[in-house]
Write a protein that binds this ligand. Structure first.
Ligand SMILES: [Zn+2]
Length: 305
């Protein structure tokens, strides 16, 4: 049983009460481990909480005071914090550069924290290189990996880290966050429809009208896809097969996120179609990652739901 600490930590991230409690307990109880893996759905605030935690580890007042340098310094100039956050392959050079940065001694009393978001993007070489580091961490070094696809991470890494699981945000939490922003009611409503359980995504969409429009478009295409015959779907995929693989992967990832939101709101009787679709998307994404023939993957995809 984890007891709430007496110190009030000013987490910026909304929700994830259990995960915060766990981290506070490790921090105040001197039971920190050197590497953590935040695992759970995309865009629910895993990387944001990793940043909060990295700042807490270095906060002069030990409570995320929001005033000291560790709390207010932007990531770019906060030398104790190194963040790799990208959608594409994480190459060995980036891990080497990370190692060089970590080798520099932290300022007195500070801790160096490396955050690797979307850790499923580590390739085999970079994962192996990172593993050596996770096995023999320096006293003042901490790693926080985040992933929405833990199955794509090598087991050797997963077994080396303290895993913390995340769940989707509640609709109330997302709404609370949106209400705290300076945006119109109409935008709030649209964003809440597309991302009811993902504060991170809601945040992006609320600040970027073009991105919001793109997601609305994809949401409508998803509706179309479901109402089409196999023949019509084939025509559609023959069109998108002309895109670069990475562009198709991005569309599929968007659909996956939208479908998961839909699934949470689906009536029991419509559930099978939705889960079949999600399975088909995941299979296609796996095939793309294995560099299978694009056209073949797409044909296989439209026939599987
Ligand atoms: Zn502080």
């Amino acid at each position: 049983m984890i007891e709430k600490s007496k110190i009030n930590v000013n987490w910026k991230v909304i929700g994830h009460a259990q995960q915060k409690l766990y981290l506070e307990s490790a921090f105040f109880g001197n039971r920190l481990t050197h590497s953590y893996l935040f695992s759970g759905p995309p865009h629910v605030g895993k990387t944001a909480l990793a940043l909060d935690f990295a700042r807490l580890l270095n906060c002069e007042n030990g409570n995320l005071c929001g005033k000291c340098l560790a709390c207010v310094n932007p990531v770019e100039i906060f030398s104790e914090l190194i963040v790799i956050d990208k959608d594409t392959e994480i190459k060995i050079d980036e891990i080497r550069s990370l190692k060089r940065d970590l080798a520099l001694k932290p300022l007195s009393g500070q801790k160096k924290v490396a955050i690797i978001a979307n850790a499923e993007n580590l390739n085999r070489e970079s994962a192996n290189s990172l593993l050596k580091f996770l096995e023999e961490p320096q006293k003042d070094n901490f790693f926080i990996l985040t992933t929405a696809a833990v199955g794509f991470l090598p087991q050797t890494i997963v077994s080396r880290v303290q895993k913390i699981n995340f769940s989707p945000n509640s609709k109330q939490e997302t709404e609370k966050h949106l209400n705290s922003l300076d945006i119109s009611k109409a935008i709030t409503k649209q964003v809440l429809e597309l991302a009811p359980n993902k504060i991170g995504l809601a945040n992006i969409l609320s600040k970027n009208i073009e991105e919001l429009e793109r997601w609305r478009q994809q949401d409508m295409e998803l509706d179309d896809l479901f109402s089409q015959s196999v023949f019509e779907r084939m025509q559609y995929t023959s069109q998108i097969s002309k895109l670069e693989t990475q562009q198709i992967v991005n569309i599929f990832k968007t659909w996956l996120i939208l479908s998961e939101s839909r699934l949470r709101q689906t009536k029991q009787k419509d559930m099978k179609a939705q889960t079949d679709f999600i399975k088909a998307l995941n299979t296609a994404l796996m095939h793309f990652k294995s560099n299978l023939n694009k056209r073949l993957v797409l044909d296989n995809f439209v026939l599987s739901f």
